[in-house]
Design a protein around this ligand. Structure first.
Ligand code: ADP
Ligand code: MG
Length: 458
């Protein structure tokens, strides 16, 4: 059958053009299981499938993945020839297959000799390149999202658990507080005296946050002083009370002064009530602290992803860096972070969410290179019309043979499952889209990724 009838690539090709193609190509037959090309090989041939079918495969993240198949009419090999890159895919026959093959020189001549076909090949090639690029970005986004949610789950866990613990302790403690309040009211104090107690308690609670943190030695001295005194007064549980009062910044003299205003018989009720009231206040403070931390985290993530904002806007680089640090906090535990910010740096026009992805990728790599321990420096500087942002780590450094391949998609030195090899590829493209540049300098013990972005942006 003359392929010009049904193969789109050949539609509208004249007789002489078709004769030229026949004269400058040859047929190739593949049996089932035979490869036309393998991923990574140098490709020197362009093909059109005339009969049968091949499977297109590529290894993604160490896993062989089927990308599609090639029924009659499908072309291939053009990207490798046009871009002069190793073949990004393997092609293996799954049916007995007949190909029309152009060797490299004939392929180049084809574009000039049969312009209709040449234009179609270029169009298909460009579409395919665009397609793999956007798939790559998508893949990296998914990986970033996975990292983000893992980090977030980790970060949310502590404050959430603390708030829940405090809330359930509160539930147990409230009946005790009520009991002590009733006892206190029944102890025969008049309204003015009760009021004085309330004022004292409120004063303590209000200043709770300002209480100086004592050294363990000072603290146990204070507690001992309180406990001994309570013991002398004849309180059986003085040693349980002392830490609560001491944590509230109350000293023995404060309590001594307070008690002089009341009959001795009321002391036990006053101290019991005061201790429980302070415990309740502490628990409420912890609930408040935990839930505030949770909403701060949610706020950071919201800003980090620029969830509800327009894509192109003035970006505060320092906020972006800080939010990124917050999101990656769980990996930074034994790393010293030094923020060396140039406070003269103005906001720049850009895509905040994408720039945060850049900081995340660079900081993430720095953390990996330091194996969790070392110094991470984030340095910013205003350089004329540019913002300079440096991510500097004290890690292993980048070996020279790795240096030249750093920004290649899928290039990674990390074990399967840990590295996607896409971080720097995506980073590079985002920076390019912002008309910026990225520069790397490295020796063992120090690696610097230096990003420059124009202030007026994209
Ligand atoms: P991945 O982190 O998934 O491996 P990247 O594109 O982010 O992919 O990085 C590619 C490679 O570059 C890494 O595997 C690593 O070998 C190297 N690299 C990147 N940043 C650093 C760094 N700060 N220190 C040392 N090596 C680095
Ligand atoms: Mg990375």
């Amino acid at each position: 059958m003359d392929p010009r009838h049904d193969i789109e690539l050949f539609a509208g090709v004249s007789d002489s053009e078709y004769q030229w193609m026949l004269a400058n190509s040859h047929d190739l037959r593949l049996e089932v299981g035979e490869y036309f090309i393998r991923e990574g090989e140098t490709g020197t041939r362009f093909y059109v499938v005339l009969e049968g079918e091949m499977q297109i495969q590529r290894v993604l993240d160490g896993v062989p993945t089927i990308m599609g198949t090639t029924p009659r009419g499908i072309i291939g090999g053009e990207i490798t020839l046009l871009l002069q890159i190793p073949s990004p895919m393997s092609a293996q026959a799954i049916l007995p297959t007949q190909l029309m093959v152009f060797e490299e020189a004939a392929f180049r001549a084809l574009v000039a000799q049969v312009p209709v076909v040449g234009a179609r090949i270029l169009q298909i090639g460009t579409d395919r390149i665009a397609n793999t690029t956007s798939r790559r970005v998508q893949q990296e986004k998914m990986a970033a999202l996975g990292k983000l949610s893992a980090g977030l789950a980790h970060e949310l866990n502590n404050p959430a658990a603390a708030a829940r613990r405090s809330a359930s302790s509160l539930r147990e403690l409230l009946p005790t507080l009520q009991r002590h309040s009733i006892d206190l009211c029944a102890s025969g104090l008049h309204a003015q005296q009760l009021n004085m107690l309330l004022v004292f308690q409120q004063d303590v609670i209000q200043h709770r946050a300002d209480v100086k943190v004592l050294s363990p030695l000072e603290q146990s001295d204070r507690e001992d002083e309180l406990a001994d005194w309570l013991d002398e007064l004849g309180f059986a549980d003085g040693y349980a009370m002392a830490p609560v009062f001491s944590a509230g910044g109350i000293r023995r003299d404060d309590l001594q002064d307070l008690l002089t205003h009341f009959p001795e018989s009321a002391s036990i009720y006053i101290l019991n009530w005061l201790k429980t009231a302070l415990e309740v206040a502490d628990l409420l403070y912890e609930v408040d602290d935990g839930t505030r931390r949770i909403s701060e985290l949610v706020g950071a993530v919201k800003e980090y992803t620029y969830m509800d904002q327009a894509p192109l806007q003035p970006v505060d680089i320092h906020r972006g860096l800080d939010n990124t640090l917050r999101v990656l906090n769980h990996k930074l535990k034994s790393i010293t972070v030094q923020r060396e910010y140039d406070l003269n740096l103005p906001h720049l026009m850009g895509r905040g969410g994408e720039l945060n992805q850049v900081w995340t990728n660079l900081i993430d790599n720095a953390i990996d290179a330091m194996k969790g321990k070392g110094t991470l420096r984030l340095i910013t500087r205003l350089e004329n019309a540019y913002a300079m942002i440096e991510v500097n780590d004290s890690g292993t450094g980048i070996p020279p043979e790795v240096m030249s391949r750093l920004f290649e998609p899928f290039f990674t030195t990390k074990p399967v499952g840990q590295g996607t090899g896409l971080g720097l590829d995506v980073t590079y493209r985002i920076i390019q889209q912002h008309n910026g540049s990225i520069d790397v300098q490295s020796h063992p013990g120090e690696t610097r990724f230096i990003v420059r972005l124009p202030l007026q942006g994209v």
